[in-house]
Structure formats: structure tokens, C-alpha cells
Design a protein around this ligand. Structure first.
Ligand SMILES: [Zn+2]
Length: 209
């Protein structure tokens, strides 16, 4: 991270020289939305690989239990799983490097993966947010970048990133909403990412001042 220590005052003040701070929102449709509006989709090859898993799984369940064919189909299914998992891990490493090249402070919501799994089913584990965050934290530490986690009770989706108005309710399906207070139209994920960035920025500065 690029910091400047100003020495001509009583207390050294650490100032961020770059404004390369960003908030990130994980999603089911879009893997990550960045507060600058960038959307990072899961790569096509992963989607295709997941289809192959489904196919292999169907074939496995069709074979007679205890038969040689079933054993063959089982091995094939395991290979497909490993293939997806390796590809995904490679992609995570590459993404972690890209993001830490681009940003100095990366802000995320603290995820409750168990809670999300209960709510949304097994798709969450397919996307493996937890694995990605572990890789990202490792890469960030090596490169001297900061990962900031904000309180997971902060209503990042329901808060208007333009004026701070907080909605009482926001339906899970709602992709976009108009703020009743300032009339701005908020894309769900980008709005959340902007709020996560703002909260993360204040946390990071408080910690270092
Ligand atoms: Zn507003």
C-alpha cells in the first residue's frame, strides 16, 4: 500500500497517496460487483464445466448399483469435480492478483457462509466465495495490500449510496430501486459495493490514524 507519513506535525499522520480503494459485493448472478461499476462474471468455462458435472452425475445415478459401469461413472464424476475445482482455483488466483494490482484497500462484507447456504442453497458453495477470500487475503498480505471486512449487519443493500436513506425493506429479487428520498436509481449490487467501500474506507482510516 502506498502511504505517506507527514512528519511536520506532532503526531505522524498517515495519508493514503492513492485513492485506490474499492468495495466489493458478491452475488449469485455476477460473481463480484466493484464499487466503480465493474462487474466480474464467473468465466464461461466454469459454467460449461458445471454442466459437464451435471451430465456425469445423471449418468452415474442411472447405472445399476454395485455394477462396474456405476464404478466407472463414479470415477468419471470425481474427475469432473476435480477439474472444475482446479480451474476455479486457478481463476481465483488470477483474479486475486488482478484486483490487488488495481486496488490498495479492498473492502468486503463479512460473509456468513453458513447463513447464506441456508438461504440460497448449494449455489453458494459452487461459487466458493470463502475459498476466493482466503486466496485474496493471502495474495494481499504478500503484496502489502489491505483487505477490510465491514460488519455484516450493516444494511449495504438497503442504504442509498447517494444520500444515506435506509429502506425498511428490499425484496431479495429486486435488482434496482429508486430512492424515495433523493430519487436516485440504485442498481442493487453496485449500490451495495459503493456502501461497502464508504464504510470500509472510514474503518481503514480510523484504524490507521
Ligand atoms: Zn437517496
Amino acid at each position: 500500500m502506498m502511504v505517506v507519513v507527514v512528519d511536520n506535525v506532532n503526531e505522524p499522520v498517515i495519508k493514503f497517496e492513492t485513492s485506490r480503494i474499492a468495495g466489493f459485493d458478491f452475488g449469485l448472478k455476477t460473481f463480484l460487483t466493484i464499487s466503480d461499476g465493474t462487474q466480474i462474471e464467473s468465466p464461461q468455462f466454469l459454467k460449461q464445466a458445471l454442466n459437464k458435472i451435471k451430465q456425469a452425475s445423471r449418468q452415474h445415478s442411472k447405472k445399476v448399483k454395485g455394477s462396474n459401469n456405476r464404478e466407472k461413472a463414479r470415477k468419471n464424476l470425481v474427475r469432473k469435480y476435480e477439474d472444475v475445482s482446479n480451474h476455479r482455483t486457478d481463476w481465483f488466483w488470477k483474479l486475486a492478483h488482478d484486483l490487488t494490482d488495481k486496488f490498495d484497500i479492498l473492502c468486503f462484507e463479512t460473509l456468513s457462509l453458513k447463513g447464506m447456504q441456508r438461504l440460497w442453497g448449494r449455489k453458494i458453495s459452487d461459487l466458493a466465495f470463502g475459498e476466493f477470500l482466503q486466496i485474496l487475503e493471502w495474495v494481499a498480505e504478500k503484496k502489502g495490500k489491505a483487505i477490510v471486512f465491514i460488519d455484516r449487519w450493516y444494511p449495504s443493500s438497503k442504504t442509498c449510496s447517494s444520500c444515506g436513506h435506509v429502506l425498511e425493506n428490499l425484496d431479495f429479487q429486486e435488482r434496482e430501486w429508486r430512492c424515495p428520498s433523493c430519487q436516485s436509481v440504485n442498481g442493487r449490487d453496485e449500490n451495495a459495493a459503493r456502501n461497502i467501500c464508504a464504510v470500509g474506507a472510514s474503518t481503514a482510516l480510523v484504524r490507521r490514524c
